[in-house]
Design a protein around this ligand. Structure first.
Ligand SMILES: Nc1ncnc2c1ncn2[C@@H]1O[C@H](COP(=O)(O)OP(=O)(O)OP(=O)(O)O)[C@@H](O)[C@H]1O
Ligand SMILES: [Mg+2]
Length: 373
């Protein structure tokens, strides 16, 4: 049984298509992170799922029952927003019990349930406090306790952690994951933070321009991005423009801005000479060493190991790692290494190495081209 699914969900505001033809399935008990740039339609999708917005076209199903035209208070979902929306004049416990009151539960039972949920969120001692006296993270826990209390089968979280500082955010990510495994509620968690999606999602769904581009387990999407947009959005990478010089039996020979042509084992037979492609060289497949006299050239060898020599133009310290920006001819590349790992400085001549099997290639329109394994 699917916990939640949509068919061809579309929302237009006048001429603007905010959500276009989204068919999405979240299995019962699964946590899906919906990820995408600002304005791509994440909140509008969630609002339609919650019944707060009427779809222009398409259907919404919860536990295989259609709920598209049901008003929100009848729909079995509960939603937590970025701005938390606690009632400032009610106590914490009244806030948590609010949804239960709406469901008609008697006062004693709902206070008991609310207390239990506050305990789960480690907020038990704050029941009588006013939400205005709580920190951001504490308010967020109350909002989560409130949405969990109703026991609705679907939990919809719209960037619930975006107002928290880094440390608290990471702590709450772990808590959301734990609570999810404890309660097994079908959950959609919207974020535009890739790390967050990878930390907590059983699956991630990537949206762009109103459309759902790709859905799958985080590793699968990361290792096999469907197109250039997903590759660019999921991780920072070195994109290099290339042009196909020659099609050979086991792939193609591509000339790029970084030295001699590279041989890439591409599967796609529709690639022909002269085609322009984009090659993504992720920083994690690049190794960086001080250049030695013998390797001070840019070359490609038959074993698909590639070497390019460049100059370090900048170092950027990012906590435990340092990012090296390296100019190779006209192309600027970056590599990350652990701090304290090397003595390479700005201005050093360095050698970059990588293997062709770790490359991802995209055609002119951005679709992924399969690499032979
Ligand atoms: N009520 C509305 N009336 C008109 N346009 C709207 C309305 N709600 C959303 N939009 C538009 O629909 C598009 C999608 O908006 P939405 O809020 O769903 O994006 P989002 O992915 O949640 O973005 P963000 O990450 O910034 O929260 C945007 O272009 C937005 O301006
Ligand atoms: Mg939004």
């Amino acid at each position: 049984m699917s916990g939640l699914h949509t068919e061809n969900l579309t929302k237009r505001f006048g001429d603007l298509v905010a959500v276009e033809d989204v068919s999405l399935t979240v299995e019962a008990g699964e946590l899906l992170c919906l990820l995408g740039p600002s304005g791509c339609g994440k909140s509008t999708t969630l609002r339609m799922l919650a019944g707060l917005e009427t779809p222009t076209e398409g259907e919404v199903y919860i536990n295989d029952t259609e709920v598209t035209d049901q008003p929100p208070y009848k729909q079995d979902s509960s939603m937590v927003f970025q701005e938390w929306a606690l009632f400032p004049h009610k106590s914490v416990i009244e806030n948590v019990a609010f949804g239960l009151k709406m469901q008609g539960m008697d006062k004693k039972a709902r206070r008991e349930k609310a207390r239990e949920m506050l305990e789960v969120m480690e907020m038990g001692e704050f029941g009588d406090a006013s939400p205005t006296d709580l920190s951001g993270g504490q308010q967020q826990r109350v909002a989560l306790a409130r949405s969990l209390a109703t026991e609705s089968p679907v939990l919809l979280l719209d960037e619930p952690l975006s107002n928290l500082d880094k440390r608290l955010k990471e702590q709450m990510q772990i808590e959301i994951k734990e609570i999810h495994s404890q309660f097994q509620r079908t959950t959609i968690h919207v974020t535009h933070d890739q790390d967050e999606a990878f930390t907590i999602g059983d699956k991630i769904g990537i949206m762009n321009d109103g459309r759902l581009v790709q859905v799958g387990p985080p590793r699968e999407v990361y290792n096999n991005p469907k197109n250039k947009f997903v590759e660019e959005f999921l991780g920072e990478t070195n994109f290099i423009k290339g042009s196909v010089e020659q099609v050979v039996s086991d792939g193609v020979v591509v000339s790029t801005g970084i030295g001699e042509p590279i041989r890439i084992p591409l599967q796609n037979r529709s690639i022909t000479e002269g085609d322009r492609i984009h090659v993504s060289i992720r920083p994690e497949i690049l190794s960086l060493e001080p250049a030695t006299a013998e390797t001070n050239t840019v070359r490609a060898d038959g074993s698909h190991n590639f070497t390019a020599t460049g100059t370090v133009t900048n170092l950027l310290y990012r906590g435990s790692t340092v990012r090296y920006y390296v100019d190779v001819g006209d192309t600027s590349m970056f590599v990350e290494k652990t701090v304290g790992d090397s003595s390479i400085d700005e201005g050093s001549t360095v050698e970059l190495q990588w293997q062709a099997t770790g490359l991802l290639c995209f055609d002119r329109s951005g679709d992924k081209i399969k690499v032979q394994s």
